[in-house]
Design a protein around this ligand. Structure first.
Ligand SMILES: [Zn+2]
Length: 249
């Protein structure tokens, strides 16, 4: 990812067909912003599991990088994200709540949510029993569902908040192409390795099968009520996935 952000110039792809009525859409879905990325073509080749790399290792490396970049983007707008400007962790009409260690659901401001989430993720990434650093050490059982998915869910919510609440600041900083590229990479990775719950909300707008990068392949079974609940998390960025589809699929 460092190469992507460091060396490639921002390019604007041609406006995609069917952009619809521009004025009713959030700014980040309007042309040319929705189509501005750092690369042209699909990002899939950067996402697929490289030969001879262990799947858990690949999930871990990419999670480290996504966390670093999401943190960086939030940091760039954090002075505008206060309990007054953002009293809830929202993305459009969607509101995300924090669940604490006692499973209590709390309504918190956006900066409070991001603080809770990043503190928790940082602690997990530094925990050698969850993300082993010694060679030959085993990743814990259920690494994908129990460790990776909760982290990616928080990262997704922070990205959704940045797009919906702080896009004018992203435009001021002229980082909209970087943000779209990060998001396309995140979405492509999520669809390939099934790292976010409720992905049906996005799969329908791309040519990708959920979990195509996993050994078992594909999605298993019918949708649970939990999946349907989780689809709501993905709704605020579903149309952006459709706009970025040439990069993701
Ligand atoms: Zn905010």
């Amino acid at each position: 990812m460092a190469t992507l952000f460091g060396k490639l110039a921002s390019r604007t792809r041609k406006k995609s067909a069917g952009a619809g009525n521009q004025s009713n859409r959030p700014l980040f879905l309007q042309s040319p912003y929705a189509q501005t990325t750092l690369i042209q073509g699909s990002i899939k080749r950067l996402v697929d599991l490289p030969k001879y790399v262990d799947l858990s290792e690949w999930l871990a490396i990419n999670t480290f990088e996504f966390f670093q970049y999401v943190n960086m983007f939030y940091g760039s707008v954090s002075e505008f994200c206060t309990p007054t400007t953002c009293p809830s962790m929202s993305a459009g009409s969607c509101e995300y709540h924090w669940t604490d260690s006692s499973k209590r659901t709390l309504k918190v401001s956006a900066p409070q949510y991001v603080d809770f989430a990043t503190t928790q993720i940082q602690a997990q990434l530094s925990d050698d029993t969850l993300f082993p650093t010694k060679s030959g050490a085993e990743f814990p059982p259920g690494f994908l569902p129990n460790v990776i998915r909760p982290i990616h869910r928080h990262l997704l919510r922070i990205l959704a908040h940045i797009y919906h609440a702080h896009y004018p600041h992203i435009l001021q900083l002229q980082t909209e192409g970087h943000l779209n590229t990060l998001f396309a990479h995140f979405a492509c990775f999520a669809l390939t390795f099934d790292t976010v719950e409720g992905l049906s909300a996005w799969a329908g707008v791309t040519g990708l099968q959920i979990g195509s990068g996993l050994a078992a392949g594909g999605m298993s079974g019918a949708k649970s009520s939990r999946d349907k609940e989780r689809e709501k998390d993905l709704e605020p960025l579903r149309e952006l996935v459709a706009e970025l589809e040439p990069m993701i699929a």
